[in-house]
Structure formats: structure tokens, C-alpha cells
Design a binder for this molecule. Structure first.
Ligand SMILES: Nc1ncnc2c1ncn2[C@@H]1O[C@H](COP(=O)(O)OP(=O)(O)OP(=O)(O)O)[C@@H](O)[C@H]1O
Ligand SMILES: [Mg+2]
Length: 228
């Protein structure tokens, strides 16, 4: 089990790429419904931390617990299944499937979780409306703007009602007004559904949307008071 009511908790994560340590004993935990901003300089290990927490990569050592599961001990198959049902992802680039319409993109994770087509498309449309991009439902990602694409990606991450949303610089490609709007929609929708959000960002302004901020420096996690 995770410590003291947390939903997801990591302890002593280490991950090296050749001689370069990307994570060097990182600890992290998040509660249900909590929004945590992950800050820190480029190359400090933010994305690596997020990928370890989400079970996308396996750390060299350390543990990640999610509810009753120890993610770091699960088989790849079991971890992918859990990712599909419980986690949502928003990345900076290349996240939508270019051959599918925006509606089909949002419906895709629902379909993968065995939701019937009609119901999946109905729910996908609701989420596109909520993110104020229902007007691009029938278009393909190549035919919409970067900001619209980010909103569609947020709709796709939230539609299956994940317990944890992982967002890595979700507004990196947007101007500040659009970026702020997308973040408000993301954090509001997450709070409405009690999803926890791990939000990697470079911008202090973005971190203002979080309940708590942490800083990653040289592969270790500090809270804002500077303690390790
Ligand atoms: N696949 C990889 N192969 C080799 N080295 C990697 C790989 N991914 C990350 N690294 C290295 O690990 C360290 C941490 O990288 P990471 O991507 O986690 O940083 P980051 O904090 O997300 O940076 P940014 O803010 O630029 O996205 C860096 O030194 C990086 O060069
Ligand atoms: Mg990164």
C-alpha cells in the first residue's frame, strides 16, 4: 500500500542513461485529487521522473506504488493494462493519431477499454465540448491549430476518467493566453473528477494552478522550502 492515504508514491528512484544519472534517489507522492507542479531546470530529470511514476520506464532501483500495486514489480503487460485504465497522458508534441479525426482520437482510449463505439463517441463529444473544441470534432490533427490540438489531447486524457493525469509541459507549444485557458480546463476537470495531476512545467505562472510545487534538481526532488 502507499503511505498515509497517498494514491501514488515513489521512493528512492534511480535511473541512469549510461554514465549520466537522470534520477538520483528521487522521492515523490501525490494524494487523490491533488495537482502537483513539477518544476526544475532543463535536464534535471522531470520527464524521467514522470515516466517512472507512470510505469512507462522502469527505474534501475527504487519503488513506485500505486494504490495496492507496486508498479515497479508488475510485468510489462500488467503495467500497460493499468496505464490504460487508470492513467491519462498529455504530452507536448505528437500525441494525436494523425489518421483519426479529433472525435475518434478522444474516443480511442475509451474503445481500448472496451467501451462500445456509440457510447465512446458520445462521451468523446461531451469532452470536446467541455474543452471548447467540439467544432473541430470531424477534423484531423493536421487540420487544426496547436492550441486546439492541446485541448483535444486534454479531452482524450480525461475522457476515460483516469485516477492520475500525467502532463509533461502540456502548454509548451501555446501562447500564454491559450496555455492558461488549457490549464484552467485541465485542472478544473481533474478536480471535478478527483483525478490527481502531475504537471511538469518550466513556468512559475503555470505552477500557480497547482496545490503544491516540487523542484527536481540533479535527479533529486525538493519541496519548495528547499528541503530534500
Ligand atoms: N533516452 C535517453 N537517453 C539518454 N539520456 C537521456 C534520455 N532521456 C533523458 N536523458 C538524460 O537524462 C537527464 C534527465 O533528462 P529529462 O528528460 O528527465 O530532463 P527534463 O528535466 O525533463 O528536461 P527538459 O526540461 O529539458 O524536458 C538529462 O541529462 C538527459 O540528457
Ligand atoms: Mg522533459
Amino acid at each position: 500500500m502507499t503511505p498515509e492515504g497517498s494514491l501514488l508514491a515513489a521512493e528512492g528512484l534511480r535511473k541512469a542513461y549510461g554514465p549520466t544519472p537522470a534520477l538520483d534517489g528521487a522521492d515523490f507522492s501525490i494524494h487523490p485529487g491533488e495537482v502537483v507542479a513539477v518544476m526544475g531546470p532543463s535536464g534535471s530529470g522531470k520527464s524521467t521522473l514522470l515516466h517512472c511514476l507512470a510505469g512507462i520506464i522502469r527505474p534501475d532501483s527504487g519503488t513506485v506504488r500505486y494504490g495496492p500495486h507496486t508498479l515497479t514489480d508488475l510485468s510489462d503487460t500488467h503495467r500497460s493494462a493499468l496505464r490504460r485504465t487508470d492513467f491519462g497522458f498529455v504530452f507536448q508534441f505528437g500525441q494525436l493519431v494523425p489518421e483519426l479525426t479529433c472525435l475518434e482520437n478522444v474516443a480511442l482510449p475509451l474503445r481500448l477499454n472496451a467501451t462500445r463505439r456509440k457510447a465512446a463517441e458520445h462521451r468523446a463529444r461531451d469532452w470536446l465540448e467541455r474543452l471548447e473544441v467540439d467544432d473541430v470534432a470531424a477534423k484531423r490533427p493536421g487540420e487544426i491549430s496547436g492550441g486546439q490540438g492541446q485541448r483535444v489531447a486534454v479531452a482524450r486524457a480525461l475522457a476515460p476518467q483516469p485516477r492520475v493525469v500525467f502532463a509533461d509541459e502540456p502548454t509548451g507549444a501555446l501562447d500564454s493566453l491559450n496555455g492558461e485557458r488549457v490549464l484552467t480546463l485541465l485542472t478544473d476537470a481533474a478536480r471535478d473528477t478527483s483525478a490527481a495531476v502531475v504537471l511538469v512545467t518550466h513556468e512559475a505562472r503555470v505552477a500557480a494552478y497547482a496545490d503544491r510545487e516540487i523542484v527536481v534538481r540533479d535527479g533529486r526532488v525538493k519541496d519548495m522550502a528547499g528541503r530534500i
